[in-house]
Design a protein around this ligand. Structure first.
Ligand SMILES: [Zn+2]
Length: 492
């Protein structure tokens, strides 16, 4: 077997990867999909259970209305068409953490179809990745293979998760690279978070991703045999797993072998995938319509009501923010990292005289300090109102950039908002004593005759140099506005 590095250099030119993603997202309802048990994560094992989710004979499922609303909202946000009538189906398989012996899912008539997500592709381009379907299903329980004194010979079962509501989002096999897969997942998560129907917490399993991947000679129409990579718990690992798996498949084909259709697990420590079991075909599951549930009808009236609760989505929001606040696309990208950050930025930008300055302060002064402290924007000692207030003070020339930095540092030290620290520091008086300033400026101009000459010869950008020199000489205490005025006057 040749090394990974060799393969990855030559593979892209001869082989083309085909990737499709299946993402399971847990919906944030308080109760399960077909019973009133709590969905709370981390409860003691087997305490959130009842005859329905334990699959006792004779217990009947009752569909949770909120689940349908959340799933529909997510599907609309993913540009899907909602099917007025969808059908629940039994997916039959035997597994210890599935007490009924079947999972209630949707099969040939899912809740929603024909959506898409746009991802950045090739520089400034964009690519639409199709979403085949979004369907509803219940989660299974958990098998615990470790953590007990007799774990070496027994497996424990926790059924709290049984019946927790999920949506499965299936992409078209239109993803061409591991990077595109990473982008798709990042956008998908962002959109779902914006709708508020899930917390997408990967550590707690609220978002899980399986990837189907195959390779084919470039230009060939037919798909190659695919493998499925299951249970990878971060987007970065999915990208790595796909890179490895693509290289592995190319290598197998190059050495005359054939790819086996199977499920593979990714070992993140080794950076390799391993075959787990041969993959079931759909007919192995013996799908049939769930006899205990009526067809699900989301009529136009209900759909419209749900659509009305759809928030502005990240992509549209970025475009609007660029227009509204005169910020760059990059600014907008950073500032919409989370809905909460974007909400707070907009609050500050609307309150401030110069939104662009707010954007710069958030990125340049606030985010770095938050990162250094290892805290989120929600825990920031400086509120967005505080950022807006500080931006206005710099804008009006009341404080200098240097003073702002010092005050931000004090805010973080004291855990107090900017206006409070600004008051505590006795609203630091700027040097507005122009006679002292004028003396300083005269000295600086005298010390830099060459630069003065250049300025007078038309190189107006030299002004910035002089402002910098004066600010330095005044140890950041001078008002930039007054310095500017005096300099312009003296330089003639
Ligand atoms: Zn239950």
């Amino acid at each position: 077997m040749s090394s990974r590095a060799e393969i990855s250099v030559s593979a892209p030119s001869r082989f083309e990867p085909v990737i499709g993603l299946e993402v399971h997202v847990q919906l944030l309802t308080a109760t399960k999909i077909f019973c009133s048990c709590s969905t709370r994560f981390g409860a003691p094992p087997n305490t959130n259970v009842c005859p329905v989710c334990l699959g006792m004979p004779g217990a009947l499922p009752v569909l949770n209305r909120k689940v349908v609303e959340f799933a529909t909202l997510a599907a609309l946000a993913l540009n899907c068409r909602i099917n007025e009538t969808s059908i629940f189906a039994r997916k039959n398989y035997f597994y210890p953490d599935l007490p009924k012996g079947y999972q209630i899912s949707q099969y040939d008539r899912p809740l929603a179809e024909h959506g898409f997500i746009e991802v950045p592709s090739g520089g400034s381009g964009r690519k639409k990745i199709g979403i085949t379907r979004v369907h509803l299903e219940e989660d299974a329980g958990k098998s615990l293979h470790e953590g007990f004194s007799d774990s070496d010979e027994k497996t424990a079962i926790d059924l709290n998760r049984t019946g927790v509501p999920l949506i499965e989002i299936v992409s078209e096999p239109e993803i061409s690279t591991p990077d595109e897969a990473y982008e798709y997942l990042t956008r998908l998560k962002e959109i779902i978070l914006y709708t508020g129907v899930s917390d997408c917490n990967m550590e707690e399993g609220s978002l899980r991703c399986d990837a189907n991947v195959s390779v084919r000679p470039r230009g060939q129409k037919e798909f190659g045999t695919k493998t499925e990579i299951k249970n990878v718990n971060s987007f970065r690992f999915i990208r790595e797993a796909l890179e490895y798996e693509i290289a592995r498949q190319v290598d197998v084909i190059d050495s005359g072998g054939t790819i086996t259709q199977e499920t593979r697990l990714y070992n993140a420590n080794e950076g390799k995938t391993y075959g787990m079991r041969s993959k079931e075909q759909a007919h192995d599951y013996r799908y049939f319509p769930e006899p205990d549930l009526l067809p699900l009808v989301v009529d136009e009236k209900w759909r419209t009501e749900i659509a009305r609760t759809l928030p502005e989505l990240p992509e549209a929001r970025r475009e609007r923010m660029v227009k509204d606040y005169g910020i760059t696309e990059y600014d907008a990208q950073v500032l919409t990292f989370s809905k909460s950050l974007a909400d707070q930025f907009e609050e500050a930008a609307r309150a401030a005289k110069n939104p662009k300055r707010v954007a710069n302060l958030v990125q340049g002064e606030l985010m770095g300090r938050l990162k250094a402290k290892g805290i989120q924007i929600e825990q920031s000692p400086i509120s967005m109102r505080g950022v807006a207030a500080s931006a206005d003070l710099v804008e009006s020339g009341t404080i200098s950039g240097k003073m702002l930095k010092d005050l931000y540092d004090l805010s973080f030290e004291r855990g107090k908002d900017f206006p409070a620290v600004y008051d505590e520091e006795g609203r630091p008086q700027q040097s507005t004593d122009t006679s002292a300033l004028e003396k300083m400026i005269d000295d600086i101009l005298a010390a830099n005759p060459k630069q003065v000459e250049q300025y007078r010869a038309g190189k107006k950008t030299m002004l910035g140099f002089f402002v910098g020199q004066v600010m330095k000489a005044s140890k950041g205490q001078a008002s930039p506005q007054i310095v500017n005025e005096l300099l312009t006057k003296k330089l003639g």
